[in-house]
Design a protein around this ligand. Structure first.
Ligand code: PMP
Length: 305
């Protein structure tokens, strides 16, 4: 990944991909105190466009604020950096990774007098789990790893260190023959996937966990709004794992995962055991939006040129 042509935006400048390096004493590398975003640009009839750019930038700034990291750039500058990262790499579609991290000026937990750096990289990243997963759904398991407690780490922050938990859960799921993990919160209620929000459908009503232990996903917000516009009732509430076993449909949402049907949890088929009709409708509406084919909200797309 580090050895390729292209440009990465680093601290206000586009630098050669191979030269976008940091020192081994980079503070964030040692303690995981940093924040990041996962953003996507799609090929649209008007050209490459970033989906919900402003919302991702807002969340990045909120994450930094929660961790007490002072952003050295304005939101407009970070929006422009993301547009440039796609445009200057001549990408039609892309996954974008903005990250805010501490420099190598000092070590220790006081984290004083450290420079705050910002980088934005963009590269082509096709469907997260392949095309078949999008239509057939994926097999998941309840994780033995609990999602973060709201007072152990900050769940509203998309913080680097939070992802150790995600990676442990995902590795366990993959090693046991599943494609993704379902993490429960410290009280035992369903929280989210390793990098996705979670929804179920039962008797025509859509349910999703409240925003406590799970990330305030931008795809989650999008799907809630779209579902309501289609006339569905959407309820945010505590969900138990056995409620999922007997749901008609289940799916994940996320920038990388998009709208991903779940066909099985803990060896039990969900509903018909493949993508359900409500999931399909929302998935279609989502792809029509992000690709600019039939956008529900055209203003959610920002052209890079
Ligand atoms: N939960 C977690 C833990 C995530 O990492 C992500 C991906 N950012 C999501 C949910 C989904 O968020 P979004 O829809 O904003 O990508």
């Amino acid at each position: 990944m580090s050895d390729r042509d292209g440009l990465i935006w680093l601290d206000g400048e586009l630098v050669d991909w191979r030269e976008a390096k940091v020192h081994v004493l980079t503070h964030t590398l040692h303690y995981g105190m940093g924040v990041f975003e996962g953003v996507r640009a799609y090929e649209t009839p008007q050209g490459a466009a970033i989906f919900r750019l402003q919302e991702h930038t807002d969340r990045l700034f909120n994450s930094a604020k929660i961790l007490g990291m002072k952003m050295p750039f304005s939101k407009d500058e970070i929006n422009e950096a993301q547009r440039a990262a796609v445009r200057e790499n001549n990408l039609n579609s892309a996954y974008l990774r903005p990250m805010v991290f501490f420099g190598s000026e000092g070590m220790g937990l006081r984290a004083e007098n450290l420079k705050v750096h910002v980088m934005v990289a963009a590269w082509e990243w096709p469907a997260y789990m392949g095309e078949e997963a999008k239509t057939q759904g994926i097999k998941i398991r309840t994780s033995s790893f609990t999602r973060h407690h709201v007072n152990i780490t900050m769940c509203k922050a998309k913080a680097n260190g939070n992802y150790i938990n995600s990676m442990l859960a995902l590795r366990e799921a993959i090693d046991s023959g599943c494609e993704e993990a379902l993490l429960l919160d410290p009280e035992g209620y369903v929280a989210e996937g390793s990098g996705e929000n979670f929804f179920i459908v039962r008797d025509g009503v859509i349910y999703t966990p409240e925003l406590t232990a799970c990330l305030d996903g931008i795809t989650r917000r999008t799907i809630i709004e779209m579902a309501k516009s289609l006339g569905y009732e959407v309820r945010e509430k505590r969900i138990t794992r056995d409620e999922v076993y007997i749901a008609d449909e289940a799916f994940f949402t996320g920038t990388a995962a998009e709208v991903l049907p779940i066909r099985m949890l803990d060896g039990r088929a969900i509903g018909i055991g493949s993508r359900g009709p409500v999931t399909e409708k929302l998935q279609t509406m989502y792809f029509d939006q992000v690709t600019g084919k039939a956008p529900y909200k055209p203003e959610w797309l920002t052209l890079v040129k």
